[in-house]
Design a binder for this molecule. Structure first.
Ligand code: AMP
Ligand code: GLY
Length: 412
C-alpha cells in the first residue's frame, strides 16, 4: 500500500519511520515532509489548500492518508477526501471542532457528561470580569480557537486574570484550576469503537521541574505504568467512550485519533482538552515502542474490524526534544547540526522537526529541532539511553530539559 502523510514535524517523521518498517507499505509520500522524513519517504511541497492534498493522493495512487497537524483537519481535509472517496484517517470538519473551538468542546463535555473543569464562557470583557468572581485562585483563562498552546493563562491573582482577559478576549473560557498529574491518552476510532494507545506524558513547560512558559512540548515518554488498569478503565468508561458515543448520536461521528489531555485529580480523571490528532512529541515515543505492523493496525482499526492489542507496545520509550536557542519566544535558525549518526549508532532514533538541508549539511530551522528517542524494557533504562544519545548531538544554542520521564520513576 501507498501512504500519504500530511505534515512536516517530528510527529510525522516518527509516523513515516514506523510505517516504513511495515512489510505491506510500498511507498510513503509526505507533504511537506522534512529532511528526516525524506530518508524514508518522497517529500512534496504543501499545496495552497486542503483540496490540493486530495489532488496529490489521487495523482499518486495513494491508498491511505494520515494527517499529523490539526489545521488541515479543522479546514475540512477529511470532508474533501470523503467526497472523492479517498481513504483518510482523521475527523471531519464538524468533528474537528472538538479541538478547533474550546467553547464547542466545553459545551460538548456538558452534553456528554464528560468530567472536566467547571467553567464559564464569556463573550465580552465585562462578562469575563464578572465571571471571575465565581472562581477561586489560581484561575485558568483560555482563548477560543486554535492557539498552539499559547492561548492558556494560569493567573495567580485577580489582576493577572484581568490582564489575561484583556489580552486574550473577548471570547474566553474561564475555568477552575485542577490539581494532579497530567496524562496524554490517545485512541483511534472509526466512529463506533475506540482502540486506546499506550498512555504517555508530555512536558509542556520550557524548564526542568515544569517551570517557565508553555511550549509545544519539550519531551514525552511512553510507559504502561503511567496508568493502573483501574485508571485506564475509568478513562475509557467516563471519557473516551462517552465522547465517541455522543459524537455519533449528534450526527458528527468522530473518526481518527482522539487525544484527551487529562488531569488525574483526586476525584478521578478530568479532561483539560481534546485534540483531534496525535500528540507531538508523544507520537515520537509511541512509534518508537510500537511493536508490530502499524500499517495493518491503522487499516484494521479504521475499518473497525480489529484493534490494537496491549501487546503492541514494547516497554517504555523516551523522547527528549532538542530546542533552538531562543525557543519558545524567538527561535534562531541556520545553525549546523552534528552528531545524529553517532546518537543513532547508540541505538537511539533521532526524529527531525525543525531542520533543513543545504549542500549535504543539516541546519536548524525551527524551535523544536530534534526529538532524540530511545527505549527499553524499563523507564530508567529508556531515560538513560535517550540522554546518552543526546550527548552526541550538537548545534549552537541547543537546549533541552534534563528531566524527561523523571515523574514516572516513582512507579518503578
Ligand atoms: P491546554 O492548551 O488546554 O492543553 O492547556 C495547556 C496547559 O495548561 C495544560 O497542559 C495544563 O498544564 C494547563 N491547564 C489547562 N487547563 C487547566 C486547568 N483547568 N487546571 C490546571 N491546569 C490547566
Ligand atoms: N503534546 C501536546 C500536543 O500535541 O498537543
Amino acid at each position: 500500500m501507498k501512504i500519504l502523510i500530511i505534515g512536516g514535524g517530528g510527529r510525522e517523521h516518527a509516523l513515516a519511520w514506523r510505517l516504513s518498517k511495515s512489510p505491506q507499505v510500498r511507498g510513503i509520500i509526505a507533504s511537506p515532509g522534512n529532511p528526516g522524513i525524506a530518508q524514508v519517504a518522497t517529500c512534496v511541497a504543501a499545496p495552497a489548500d486542503v483540496s490540493g492534498y486530495a489532488d496529490i493522493a489521487q495523482a499518486r495512487g495513494v491508498d491511505l492518508t494520515i494527517v499529523g497537524p490539526e489545521a488541515p483537519l479543522v479546514a475540512g481535509i477529511v470532508d474533501q477526501f470523503n467526497r472523492r472517496r479517498l481513504k483518510i484517517i482523521g475527523p471531519t470538519q464538524a468533528a474537528a471542532r472538538l479541538e478547533g473551538s474550546k467553547i464547542f468542546a466545553k459545551q460538548f463535555f456538558e452534553r456528554a457528561g464528560i468530567p472536566t473543569a467547571r467553567s464559564v464562557q464569556a463573550s465580552s470583557l465585562n462578562e469575563a470580569i464578572e465571571a471571575l468572581k465565581q472562581f477561586a485562585l489560581p484561575v485558568v483563562i483560555k482563548a477560543d480557537g486554535l492557539a498552539a498552546g499559547k492561548g492558556v493563562v494560569i493567573a495567580q491573582d485577580r489582576d493577572e486574570a484581568k490582564q489575561a482577559i484583556a489580552h486574550l478576549g473577548p471570547n474566553v473560557v474561564i475555568e477552575e484550576f485542577l490539581e494532579g498529574e497530567e496524562v496524554s491518552f490517545m485512541g483511534l476510532s472509526n466512529g463506533n469503537v475506540l482502540f486506546p494507545l499506550a498512555p504517555t506524558q508530555d512536558h509542556k513547560r520550557i524548564f526542568d521541574g515544569d517551570q517557565g512558559p508553555n511550549t509545544g512540548g519539550m519531551g514525552a515518554y511512553s510507559d504502561p505504568r503511567i496508568l493502573t488498569p483501574a485508571q485506564n478503565g475509568d478513562i475509557m468508561e467516563r471519557i473516551m467512550l462517552p465522547a465517541i458515543g455522543h459524537m455519533r448520536q449528534e450526527g458528527t461521528p468522530f473518526t481518527g485519533f482522539l487525544y484527551a489531555g487529562l488531569m488525574m485529580t483526586e476525584d478521578g480523571p478530568k479532561v483539560l482538552e481534546f485534540n483531534v490528532r496525535l500528540g507531538d512529541p508523544e507520537t515520537q515515543a509511541l512509534m518508537h515502542s510500537f511493536r508490530g505492523d502499524f500499517a495493518e493496525m491503522l487499516t484494521l482499526a479504521a475499518n473497525g474490524t480489529g484493534g490494537i492489542s496491549g501487546r503492541a507496545w514494547g516497554g517504555c520509550s523516551v523522547c527528549v526534544v532538542l530546542a533552538a536557542q531562543g525557543y519558545p519566544h524567538a527561535p534562531m535558525s541556520g545553525d549546523a547540526i552534528t552528531g545524529i549518526a553517532e546518537a543513532e549508532a547508540m541505538g537511539a532514533t533521532v526524529f527531525q522537526a525543525g531542520t533543513k538541508q543545504k549542500c549535504g549539511q543539516l541546519f536548524t530551522s525551527g524551535g523544536r529541532v530534534l526529538g532524540v528517542t530511545a527505549g527499553g524494557e524499563t523507564l530508567p533504562y529508556a531515560i538513560e539511553q535517550a540522554y546518552a544519545a543526546v550527548e552526541k548531538v550538537q548545534f549552537r544554542g541547543m537546549h533541552y530539559r534534563k528531566d524527561i520521564g523523571q515523574k514516572g520513576l516513582r512507579r518503578w
